[in-house]
Design a protein around this ligand. Structure first.
Ligand SMILES: [Zn+2]
Ligand SMILES: [Zn+2]
Length: 258
């Protein structure tokens, strides 16, 4: 069965295409389930390049709901959101959770006030550890149905440091303990093909990071993290992502999670 719960829309400011084009590409690629999980807004904080505005939420949900109905004979559609977690906006996350079918934890920065400046770029080992701690704090709330790209910071880390190692253990242990699916994210492979980085062929999955995650009994789900409709057609990158983690003792999810 082919499913993908990680799909963005143009509302976040860095994705392209119409909502319907994502659905059409998913059908073409043979997906049976397509989940939309655009970057969720913050009530009192705006960043037009990172996530939608709070007042776009209802329109977003309405649009996906109407596609769900329109294409119900061809594909199962779900509406969710991807968002960060910080304890000071807990109430807001609860509110989001109540509006959609599922929430995915995608921790993109260690402090939301730094979004525009330090996207994944940490200046110290302490910041990386803080990042790992905030992920575990989010997972502990029980609000999330999946952890997205646990290794995304490796796209900007020149080295796999002690702190990277520590947070991989922290995350693996936590996800196993609460039995939350961990995403093997395909976007890092696609980015690597479009814009190779020196010395590496993909941004993530990071083999070093996953070697540690694999020491814990976690369940792994593949996520496309589509930011353009045609990303859903790129099944070759999906194969490449699996190949990247080949040989690791990982248990892949084959049944729908929503
Ligand atoms: Zn994005
Ligand atoms: Zn995403």
């Amino acid at each position: 069965m082919r499913f993908n719960y990680h799909t963005h829309t143009a509302r976040c400011g860095h994705a392209t295409g119409t909502d319907e084009e994502y659905v059409q590409c998913a059908i073409k690629a043979g997906y049976q389930i397509l989940g939309f999980s655009d970057h969720a807004p913050y009530r009192n904080y705006s960043n037009r390049r990172c996530f939608m505005e709070w007042d776009q939420l209802d329109e977003y949900i309405g649009s996906i709901e109407s596609l769900k109905e329109k294409y119900k004979d061809q594909i199962e559609i779900h509406v969710g959101l991807e968002t960060e977690y910080y304890s000071y906006c807990h109430e807001e996350k609860v509110e989001l959770k109540n509006k959609v079918e599922y929430l995915m934890l995608g921790q993109h920065f260690s402090d939301p006030m730094n979004t525009a400046i330090d996207y994944f770029k940490f200046n110290s080992e302490e910041e990386i550890l803080l990042y790992g701690t905030s992920i575990c704090e989010g997972l502990d709330t029980g609000l999330f149905d999946c952890l997205c790209h646990p290794d995304v910071i490796m796209s900007r880390q020149p080295e796999f440091t002690k702190a990277c190692e520590s947070i991989a253990h922290m995350i693996g242990k936590k996800c196993a303990e609460i039995n939350i699916p961990v995403e093997m994210n395909v976007r890092g492979i696609q980015k690597g093909k479009r814009r190779p980085i020196e010395g590496r062929h993909c941004y993530y999955p990071s083999r070093e990071f996953w070697e540690i995650l694999a020491q814990y009994p976690i369940r792994v789900i593949c996520g496309i993290d589509a930011h353009a409709p045609e990303d859903l057609l790129d099944l070759e990158s999906v194969e490449d992502a699996y190949r990247e983690l080949e040989g690791l003792d990982l248990s892949y999810i084959t049944e729908p999670i929503i």
